[in-house]
Design a protein around this ligand. Structure first.
Ligand code: MRU
Length: 349
């Protein structure tokens, strides 16, 4: 993902793994649309896209006719639309709010304010990638030699602007121990596991096995999983974790099979303002994402089947063995460990 003159450019994740195509968003509205339809997705990545979207909005508003008040009003309206593009990952709201606060505190003329927002967006991008690298380093201590890591969805470079959270842990582990293997559930309905995680791991030369979501229990029972390592979209103050739908089920299975559950996420994913997972908004997506799957080129569901399609679920903190942020490894009780470990201002706030 990058902010260039007049656009935000990104890999269009909806076209992977068949095609590595660049999507060029020339307006903030196009960035909103890219986030909504998951051309760019993953909590840190949509935060970065949001920050770049605000910078793009400011550059366009600075170039348009009008006074400083009109400039600020335009950027504020675009920032509000970007912030609302998806509700669950707190990184998006965090990044847009950081940009809005920067603009509010920037007294200069529009062109100077727009330049400051562009710099800040690039800094947010660099910082997120650096956080991922640190998460990978800290998590290595939790893994054993020859680890067989099950993950879920895609928490890789694509989801974070580079390196990855859960897949960053895999990358760091693999660099030290090439015998690491990964089990990749396909992650219905939108198949981020098979389309994106298997693609990333293949490019990195990391051994992996793709399974359907319904194979997870049998795979664990067969002893093929030593650790469950997942990312997060939002972590409540008590350590409850919202992540891709299916994560809760995998965590329950892991508990039954004595497998540690490790959540890898930057502090920009921690939301101290939300006390428990019950307060995390869960995005409900279109029914056609579930009905739309085809088998042998034919629809695999009746066109009028009633559908539920929550994009995320909440794994209670009691099922989570450790949360790894760039600050280190946090253990229960998370109310204390997550917050005591965070210097003021570092918890994504
Ligand atoms: O709907 P998505 O594909 O944006 O969901 C993404 C996830 O659930 C990821 O696991 C999460 O954002 C962490 S990405 C480092």
């Amino acid at each position: 993902m990058r902010l260039v003159d007049g656009a935000v450019e990104m890999i269009d994740q909806t076209r992977l793994p068949a095609e590595e195509a660049t999507l060029r968003c020339e307006t903030p509205q196009e960035v909103v649309e890219a986030i909504r339809r998951l051309a760019i997705r993953g909590a840190p990545a949509i935060g970065i896209a949001g920050a770049m979207g605000v910078a793009l909005a400011a550059a366009r508003a600075a170039a348009a006719a009008g006074d400083e008040a009109a400039f600020r009003a335009r950027v504020a309206a675009d920032a509000a639309a970007l912030r609302a593009a998806r509700p669950t990952a707190v990184n998006l709201a965090w990044a847009v709010d950081a940009q809005t606060a920067l603009l509010d505190g920037h007294p200069g003329p529009p062109a100077a304010a727009a330049a400051a927002l562009a710099d800040a967006a690039r800094r947010i991008h660099d910082d997120e990638v650096e956080r991922c690298r640190r998460i990978g380093e800290h998590a290595r201590a939790l893994l054993t030699r020859g680890a067989r890591i099950m993950t879920h969805c895609n928490a890789g470079a694509l989801a974070t602007g580079g390196y990855g959270t859960a897949l960053g842990v895999v990358r760091a582990a693999h660099a030290a121990d090439p015998s690491v293997r990964v089990v990749v559930p396909e992650t219905r309905p939108l198949l981020q596991g098979s389309r994106l995680t298997a693609w990333e791991l293949g490019r990195e030369g990391i051994a992996h096995t793709l399974i359907t979501d319904s194979m997870a229990a049998a795979t664990m029972a067969a002893g093929a999983v030593s650790h469950l390592v997942v990312g997060a979209d939002r972590i409540a103050a008590n350590g409850d974790v919202a992540n891709k739908i299916g994560t809760y089920g995998l965590a329950l299975l892991a508990r039954e099979h004595g497998i540690p559950v490790i959540v890898a996420a930057p502090t920009t994913t921690v939301d101290p303002a939300t006390p428990t997972g019950a307060g995390i908004p869960i995005e409900e997506r279109a029914a056609d994402e579930v009905r739309g799957i085809a088998l042998h080129g034919r629809p695999a569901a009746p066109a009028d089947a009633r559908v539920a399609n929550p994009a995320f679920d909440v794994t209670p903190a009691r099922l989570v063995s450790a949360i790894v942020t760039e600050l280190g490894v946090h253990r229960p009780p998370y109310e204390r460990s997550l917050h005591a470990a965070a210097p003021r201002g570092a918890m994504g706030r």
